[in-house]
Design a binder for this molecule. Structure first.
Ligand code: NAD
Length: 248
């Protein structure tokens, strides 16, 4: 499905991003894997891709990451802007008390980092006159959950940013879409949210009409399709991959 497509993936050291690296490579893509964690180099080696340690909030580092894709594979056909973070600490925090510093940090990574990533990618895609971008939002990009102001705002922002970019580049051969996962079995939940919130793991699956959590590769499948030429008339779309969560 992605044969010989050069695709950059951010947040590729873990969870959905590392599953996407394996899946896209299995579909024939040449992957450039970006993460602030050095673990991205191991994932890159495992799938035969290029690995780049970079922070999505750093514009120069993201330009270098795109350059690494060009140096290794000669072009950039697609990008999966998937790096993201959750709020610090275990407790849910109401808006009136939400720490501004943590709000800034989450927005900087989940929203501004998406813009920074797209700017680096578009600098190559616009002259080429073609490209596909998929951004990872969340069901929290359509809905809200109490105590998660920064995350909810960042993911709503990601939906708006995706639509704006889709309109800016629709006539220039570049498609931009967002995926909205429900709860996914990744370290964001299994290593952080579940241990920090007793009882959450037991109910997380049942919140989805399908009755379970998503596995990371199920989210990556949707991104693969949106990045592929099979989605050639799809742009500005927000695709829920949430087991029916947002249909309720
Ligand atoms: P994860 O924590 O397993 O992986 C996130 C990766 O992003 C990590 O490797 C981390 O190092 C990287 N990262 C974080 N900040 C970065 C930065 N500033 N620069 C570069 N890399 C950075 O989590 P995941 O569940 O795989 O999350 C991937 C995306 O999916 C995120 O955008 C997340 O918000 C979104 N999402 C996750 C869920 C879920 O339930 N797990 C649900 C909806 C959306």
């Amino acid at each position: 499905m992605l044969n010989n497509q050069s695709i950059l993936i951010t947040g590729a050291a873990s969870g959905i991003g590392s599953a996407a690296a394996r899946l896209f490579a299995g579909y024939g893509a040449q992957v450039t894997l970006v993460d602030r964690s050095a673990g991205v180099l191991d994932v890159a080696q495992a799938v035969g891709g290029a690995g780049v340690i970079a922070d999505v909030t750093d514009a120069a580092a993201m330009r270098d990451a795109v350059e690494a894709a060009l140096a290794r594979f000669g072009r950039l056909d697609g990008a999966f802007n998937n790096a993201g973070t959750e709020q610090a600490g275990a407790a849910m925090i109401a808006v009136g008390d939400y720490p501004l510093g943590d709000f800034d940090r989450v927005i900087a990574i989940n929203l501004r980092g998406m813009l920074v990533s797209m700017q680096a990618e578009l600098a190559v895609m616009v002259p080429a006159g073609r490209g596909a971008i998929v951004n990872t939002s969340s069901v929290m990009g359509w809905l809200a959950s109490a105590g998660m102001a920064a995350y909810v705002a960042s993911k709503h922002g990601a939906v708006g940013l995706t639509k704006a970019a889709a309109l800016d580049y629709a006539a220039r051969g570049i498609r931009v879409n967002a995926i909205l996962p429900g709860a996914v079995r990744t370290p964001m939940l299994t290593e952080r949210a579940f241990p920090a919130n007793p009882g959450y793991e037991a109910v997380a699956g049942t919140m989805h009409p399908i009755g379970r959590l998503a596995e990371p590769h199920e989210i990556a499948e949707a991104a693969a399709w949106l990045l592929s030429d099979r989605a050639s008339f799809v742009t500005g779309a927000t695709l829920a991959v949430d087991g029916g969560f947002s249909a309720m």
